[in-house]
Design a protein around this ligand. Structure first.
Ligand code: CA
Length: 246
């Protein structure tokens, strides 16, 4: 299953080889079980300013920067982008509601996958649209010794958030690798689009309420219905495949 997905990827992209040296992990919905809280915080913040917004929409917008999510809702319901002042006000509300949800739990099996990747000597990066300082600060206590500050790409590092390729292009540059030397673990349609647009082999773990078909339609090379648990169980199989073309 994995080999044929990788072979089709190489053929489509016309890359010389497939030899991942670094793994780019998305954060929310992959490493943290935080999407329920994000979705409910968005719904509450938008309700406060009388813009209809559902949890499903929050999941479909997952990966965008907060500013872009707010502009999207304003365009749809008010026919214009939000002003800077409005964006700040709404993002403040959203952050407030998110913090009320309490501490964010790690996604089951995430730490185990990270440890396996670390033991294999793979570089581990986080590529997130998040600007939630609490989550970023919590990384070290959640996953001690796994992450380095210079191996993070966050909302603060990019002008264009996901689904634009900039976050993953920036990650390739920070890691100093070619697209065929990296692999992405994502859970959201827009995150998958961003990684695919950056030309990187993308594994989608379905950890939320959306149908897996949406993740395939976004361009994921592999979709794991069983989420992080399935990724953990199949990690050796997935990470051992290297293709060197003559
Ligand atoms: Ca995500």
């Amino acid at each position: 299953m994995f080999l044929s997905a990788i072979e089709s990827f190489l053929q489509l992209r016309n890359y010389p080889s497939f030899q991942p040296k670094v793994i780019f992990f998305d954060m929310d919905g992959v490493l943290y079980d935080s999407m329920k809280s994000h979705a409910s915080a968005w719904v509450s913040a938008m309700t406060d300013i009388k813009i209809p917004f559902t949890a499903y929409e929050a999941y479909m917008n997952e990966g965008r920067t907060g500013q872009s999510t707010i502009d999207g809702a304003y365009q749809q319901h008010r026919g214009r982008n939000a002003t800077e002042e409005e964006k700040q006000q709404i993002y403040k509300l959203k952050t407030h509601y998110f913090e009320l949800c309490g501490p964010t739990e790690k996604m089951p099996y995430a730490h185990e996958v990270l440890k396996k990747a670390q033991q294999q000597g793979l570089g581990i990066f986080i590529v997130t649209g998040s600007g939630q300082l609490t989550l970023i600060d919590n990384l070290e206590s959640s996953f001690p010794g796994v992450f380095h500050k210079e191996r993070l790409v966050t909302a603060f590092d990019v002008i264009q958030g996901k689904p634009h390729p900039e976050p993953y292009l920036k990650a390739l540059a920070k890691a100093g690798v070619q697209p065929w030397e990296a692999m992405v673990i994502e859970n959201a349609p827009l995150g998958v689009e961003s990684a695919v647009a950056a030309g990187i082999f993308t594994v989608a773990v379905n950890t939320g309420p959306l149908e897996s078909k949406i993740l395939y339609d976004s361009g994921a090379n592999i979709v794991l219905d069983g989420g992080m648990r399935e990724l953990y169980e199949k990690w050796e199989q997935l990470s051992s495949i290297q293709i060197l073309q003559p």
